[in-house]
Design a protein around this ligand. Structure first.
Ligand code: SF4
Length: 434
């Protein structure tokens, strides 16, 4: 049985370090101007070098995304990035794969950096074995499936490839936001917000609140609302994918890489989702289900509600969140991140308002340590305070029950006696098992 890797998003250096710390085998990250999630890619020249050195030191992997469909003027940027990768190559620093979807970009990489392993991005919308065979002939070592592929199809794909003796790694998304189009192939955001989804600037316009009216032909200007709701209705509002309870099925179907979406999300999200999937995968390899603690973790981030995407067939209304736009978590919020740890005292950068008596959980890579915030001090002045507001790098110090490390994230309970929210990832088998 092959153990798949946990592949986490890394929107910046802090998230990269966090993902590795919390158990990711590999991370994917953007390079300037050439990837989705362009807003958060590294701004300087050294971040990539630092990242590659780090992954070599930790014996982990980094895949770089160059997965936009490039207009002609982007090719000059591509040349610069390939020059940069060539310089790093000469220093013995190489990424473990380059994610591409545009055949023009693939062509230039093969010409200028033939040593780089090619991974075909989900933006290429690969849905069948013949497409994978095609990509293998183009030199691809790995293909990321479109999120629209079901488990049944994955098994068929694996079967056909193995009969033909084609050995290509297959990566698939197992967690995170869904796109209402074939991943990113949509101009809604371009038209409504002048932000190009293909270039990583999607404003998620599909999830905005829309008000829908009927206008009878002979009564222009007399609009009849289709549905009464104070906030309108969300017509194209997908829930988030979550396969944490079904990793056994993905292992059986020989998925090589379990990809977690969310380079744009917080370091708190990165830490929690990576740890949850790391632990769930280790258990799944022993035939065990995720523990309640793991499910609680995955329920403690902001989410639009969970479903299993297309893995068990085409989702219908179960995959939509028609009546709610917000994804705020009602049980927990991101309290802060530990910046300094000294024996049993920590300094934490505050990310949300904290008050005396708040219940916190320090999330380490392998356990959750509860703390009541009885006494805390302004980290700069040492003065004891009763509340702290998040933002602008404000930090507090407080005592903890055991020695910790910097970089751990902390969550705050929002309710004193909360009812546990059950994870909602029922398999969607209703329509077709295509
Ligand atoms: S607006 Fe929605 S459907 Fe369009 S690219 Fe963005 S997430 Fe996808």
């Amino acid at each position: 049985m092959i153990k798949p890797e946990i592949l986490a998003p890394a929107g910046d250096m802090e998230k990269l370090k966090t993902a590795f710390r919390y158990g990711a085998d590999a991370c994917y990250m953007g390079v300037k101007s050439m990837s989705m999630r362009v807003k958060i890619d590294d701004k300087g020249g050294d971040a990539l070098e630092e990242a590659l050195k780090l992954k070599n030191k930790l014996n982990k992997k980094i895949y770089l995304t160059m997965n936009i469909h490039a207009h002609e003027n982007k090719l000059a940027f591509l040349d610069k990035e390939l020059e940069r990768l060539t310089k790093l190559h000469k220093k013995g620093l190489d990424p473990d794969g380059i994610l591409v979807s545009d055949v023009g970009i693939l062509n230039l990489i093969r010409e200028q950096c033939p040593w780089l392993p090619i991974h075909v991005s989900t933006q290429a919308n690969t849905l069948n074995s013949s497409a994978i065979e095609f990509w293998e002939k183009q030199g691809a070592e790995r293909v990321v499936l479109g999120r629209e592929v079901s488990l049944h199809e994955l098994r068929q794909i694996r079967d056909k490839l193995s009969k033909k003796g084609i050995d290509v790694e297959i990566e698939g998304f197992v967690h995170g936001a869904m796109c209402m189009a074939y991943s990113g192939r949509c101009l809604l955001s371009n038209f409504m917000a002048n932000r190009d989804a293909n270039e990583g600037m999607c404003a998620h316009s599909c999830r905005w609140k829309y008000k829908v009216y009927l206008e009878e032909e002979l009564r222009p200007g007399e609009f009849v609302p289709m549905e009464e709701d104070p906030q309108g209705t969300s017509l194209m509002s997908s829930k988030d994918m979550c396969m944490i309870e079904h990793l056994g099925d993905l292992i059986d179907a020989q998925l090589d890489s379990l990809k977690l979406e969310g380079r744009h999300k917080t370091v708190y999200y990165t830490a929690i989702v990576t740890r949850a999937y790391r632990e769930a995968l280790d258990l799944a390899m022993e035939g065990k289900s995720p523990t309640p603690e793991i499910l609680d973790l995955i329920d403690s981030i902001n989410t639009r509600g969970y479903f299993t995407g297309f893995w068990y067939g085409r989702p219908g209304a179960e995959g939509q969140l028609y009546n709610k736009c917000s994804n705020a978590n009602e049980q927990y919020c991101f309290a802060g991140i530990i910046r300094k740890a000294d024996k049993k005292t920590v300094t934490m950068e505050v990310r949300n308002r904290l008050d005396k008596g708040d219940r916190l959980d320090i999330i380490t890579p392998d356990k959750t340590i509860p703390v009541i915030l009885d006494e805390f001090r302004d980290a700069e002045t040492g003065e004891q305070i009763g509340h702290a507001s998040g933002g602008q790098g404000f930090s507090i110090t407080f005592d903890v029950p055991e020695g910790l490390e910097e970089g751990f994230v902390v969550r705050k309970h929002l309710q004193s006696s909360r009812t546990k929210v059950k994870i909602k990832t029922e398999k969607i088998r209703k329509l077709t098992n295509h």
